[in-house]
Design a protein around this ligand. Structure first.
Ligand SMILES: Cc1cc2nc3c(=O)[nH]c(=O)nc-3n(C[C@H](O)[C@H](O)[C@H](O)COP(=O)(O)OP(=O)(O)OC[C@H]3O[C@@H](n4cnc5c(N)ncnc54)[C@H](O)[C@@H]3O)c2cc1C
Length: 403
């Protein structure tokens, strides 16, 4: 039995940041367990025919936190990143238009603009009705029936799931917030109007994939890093994992649903874990160039005609690389029409923000803290956090636990 003070499960950005923070503080009594051969989690880059491919889908660095930037730059200096201004588009009715949709309807024919504007004018949020609890109802409430039917519902069904009914609205700070006035002004002035959406400026490495930085973070951990080990079981009474590692404090930075056997956790909390939902994303890499010219770094595809919901035009941000890749919800991979050079299915891609999730996670995380167990990051907290947010949370948790 290997005994450590801190046992960290999962070597994605959350687990790796937490472990490196411990080293920074001079703490060496820890271990990180990771099931894959290569570190980085959803931010992992693998090389296909010499080209970097981000296995978890499109990954770019955009953080509001200086301490996260500085941490990343220790593993890949700032001079080794290219800076980009976001250029994302939507493939709509056979043409490319700007994104977000509601800020770019001015690019559509005038009579279409009028139909969209009429529908937004009578959307619930503009009539002052109460904000709905379900995401599916919120879409129409916020953007009106026409954007809902033509773009938001088909796109979100493709991306998250056919059944949007189970999703809540407590996570929508992630989505662009374009008001009716902004849309109207953009139609009148024929230009984007209002607040820029997230990732308006971002960084991508000049000469490698996004995930290589995380590999270097794992290398710094030396013998404390255990790759190629799948965590199957946890016993909270004996404080052991896989009957191989004994911990004083456990940091869960992998999906809770991956524990095949759990001992010493109240049944009600285990039942909650069984109710957590997630979606899968398959990435398909194509080494040829896109069949059309575009400056966009990524393009959204709401139409059912395409199995995938997004294309990452890799050549436009991973400079010097070749081709593009598509992202497809696991439920839709059978609809793929064209053979790719390489495919990879991420079983865990999006933690689903179901109506019941906040209560489940509240109970789980509070019980954990009373028992020296800490959920961290996208899966440990089952939240739609981006990598930079996960890293910041890992830094804060390391500070808090080592005070
Ligand atoms: C399509 C897509 C695009 C994204 N784009 C961006 C972006 O552009 N910018 C950005 O900042 N973020 C982006 N994200 C989010 C980003 O990927 C996550 O926020 C980040 O990777 C979460 O880090 P984490 O360490 O919490 O989880 P993960 O990265 O998922 O890491 C979890 C780790 O746990 C390991 N693990 C799982 N099960 C076990 C087990 N049984 N035993 C041992 N180990 C296990 C996994 O192999 C993995 O290494 C995107 C996500 C997706 C799905």
């Amino acid at each position: 039995m290997k005994k450590v003070k801190y046992l960290i499960l999962g070597a994605g950005p959350s687990g790796l940041t937490f472990a490196n923070m411990l080293l920074d503080k001079g703490i060496e009594d820890f271990a990180v367990i990771e099931k894959e051969n290569r570190a980085g989690g959803l931010c992992r880059t693998e090389y296909v025919n010499g080209q970097p491919v981000d296995f978890g889908g499109g990954h770019i660095l955009d953080t509001r936190s200086r301490k996260v930037d500085e941490f990343m730059f220790r593993f890949l200096p700032e001079s080794e990143w290219n800076h980009f201004t976001r250029d994302s588009q939507i493939y709509f009715r056979g043409q490319l238009m700007g994104s977000p949709f509601e800020a770019h309807i001015w690019q559509l024919p005038t009579e279409e603009q009028v139909k969209y504007l009429k529908a937004i004018a009578v959307a619930g949020c503009n009539l002052g009705t109460e904000k709905p609890e379900k995401f599916i109802d919120w879409i129409t409430w916020k953007l009106g029936t026409k954007i809902a039917e033509d773009y938001m519902l088909p796109y979100n069904r493709k991306m998250f799931s056919k059944d949007l009914n189970s999703l809540g609205t407590y996570w929508l700070a992630k989505l662009p917030d374009v008001s009716f006035e902004d849309t109207l002004m953009s139609c009148l002035e024929h230009r984007f109007y209002g607040k820029q959406p997230c990732h308006s400026n971002f960084l991508y490495p000049k000469n490698e994939g996004f995930g290589d930085t995380f590999v270097r973070m794992s290398e710094r951990l030396g013998e404390r890093y255990y790759g190629n080990i799948t965590v199957n079981s946890v016993d909270f009474d004996t404080k052991t994992v896989n009957n191989e590692f004994r911990f004083e404090k456990l940091i869960v930075a992998m999906p809770w649903t991956e524990f095949k056997s759990i001992n010493g956790m109240p049944e009600e909390i285990q039942d909650g874990i069984n109710k957590l939902k997630h979606s899968e994303v398959q990435i398909d890499y194509y080494s040829k160039s896109l069949p059309f010219e575009t400056t966009a770094q990524w393009i959204y595809y709401p139409s059912e005609e395409f199995s995938y919901h997004r294309i990452m035009a890799m050549e436009n941000f991973a400079l010097g690389s070749k081709g593009y890749w598509t992202e497809t919800n696991g439920e839709r991979v059978a609809l793929k029409k064209e053979e790719s050079d390489f495919s990879y299915l991420n079983h865990y891609a999006y933690p689903l923000n179901t109506l019941e999730k906040p209560a489940i996670m509240d109970k789980l995380l509070s019980w954990g803290r009373e028992n020296d167990v800490y959920g961290l990051g996208r899966w440990g907290e089952w939240s739609h956090f981006n990598a930079d947010v996960c890293m910041e949370r890992a830094m804060d948790l390391a500070d808090e636990m080592t005070k």
